[in-house]
Design a protein around this ligand. Structure first.
Ligand SMILES: [Zn+2]
Length: 277
């Protein structure tokens, strides 16, 4: 078998840019439209007919497979060749179309590289459930999103950023579980009664509220049945800590917005059943 050696007249440092005319561009995006596909076919045919030793998918200058291509006509021979966007620099091209294609090509290469790096980084750091981290953006700290954006942008995170992300995702998971528990608890809670009622329950919180007659000490109590009562803290409970179990009788008025919430008035027969110190 003999191999014909063909000297590539379009290779090497000796190519004379002035011998080449710009014919057109081929970029991957063109395959998405019928017009684009027709254009690519037209260019391929030109190469096939005028320069049969060359391929429309390989750079006529260096032989590499190329995605972003410039179609050139070599004036002295009438040959049409394609060159990759990088090699095209050797042909003295400077039109705007070509420049914008170069930008697009560079961007695609960079994104491709970063996406790959990020995928590998995530595989190497499998002690974080990355899918869950993506979900946690919805209910966790907004910094989770910031860190994931950074990772996608740079292809990796620093060790500090990664440790912080793990911590935030764990916290987010906790918050979610607690919210679900509260939701379940709420669903089970009985509606608050109205009228004179003896409430047995736990103090959830206490606070001073400023009103017309000065500051009042209020407390939020969760009754054992699950409904909640907002009421002035009786003197006897002034010093009683949150979490203590108490009992009192009062008049309840159910909230218009929430059947499981009542406003209490005139507490009496106050007793501390279990005190938290
Ligand atoms: Zn090339």
């Amino acid at each position: 078998m003999t191999t014909a050696t063909v000297t590539n007249i379009h290779a090497g440092a000796d190519v004379r840019p002035e011998d080449y005319e710009f014919v057109g561009l081929i970029s991957p995006i063109m395959t998405k439209t019928d017009e684009g596909v027709a254009e690519i076919k037209k260019f391929s045919a030109l190469v096939r007919l005028t320069a049969p030793y060359y391929s429309a998918s390989k750079c006529g200058h260096c032989g590499a497979n190329v995605k972003y291509r410039v179609v050139l006509r070599h004036a002295p021979t009438g040959q049409h060749i394609v060159v990759g966007d990088t090699c095209a620099d050797n042909f003295g091209l400077s039109n705007d179309e070509f420049r914008s294609m170069k930008l697009e090509a560079a961007q695609t290469r960079k994104e491709g590289k970063t996406a790959k790096a990020w995928r590998e980084y995530k595989e190497q750091n499998a002690d974080l459930d990355w899918d869950y981290a993506e979900e946690a953006q919805e209910f966790g700290s907004h910094i989770i999103r910031d860190l994931l954006v950074k990772g996608r942008h740079y292809g990796s995170l620093t060790e500090k950023q990664f440790e912080f992300l793990k911590k935030l995702v764990l916290e987010a998971a906790d918050v979610k579980v607690r919210a679900e528990e509260n939701e379940a608890k709420r669903a089970l809670a009985a509606d608050a009664p109205s009228g004179v009622t003896t409430v047995v329950g736990t103090i959830l919180s206490k606070k001073y509220v400023d009103g017309f007659y000065g500051s009042t000490h209020k407390m939020l109590v969760e009754a054992t049945e699950g409904y909640k009562v907002w009421i002035t803290c009786p003197t006897k409970l002034e010093e009683t800590e949150v979490g203590s179990k108490i009992q009192f009788t009062c008049e309840l008025e159910v909230s218009k917005d929430d059947a499981k919430f009542a406003f209490g008035k005139r507490p009496s027969k106050v007793a501390i059943l279990e005190e938290v110190k």
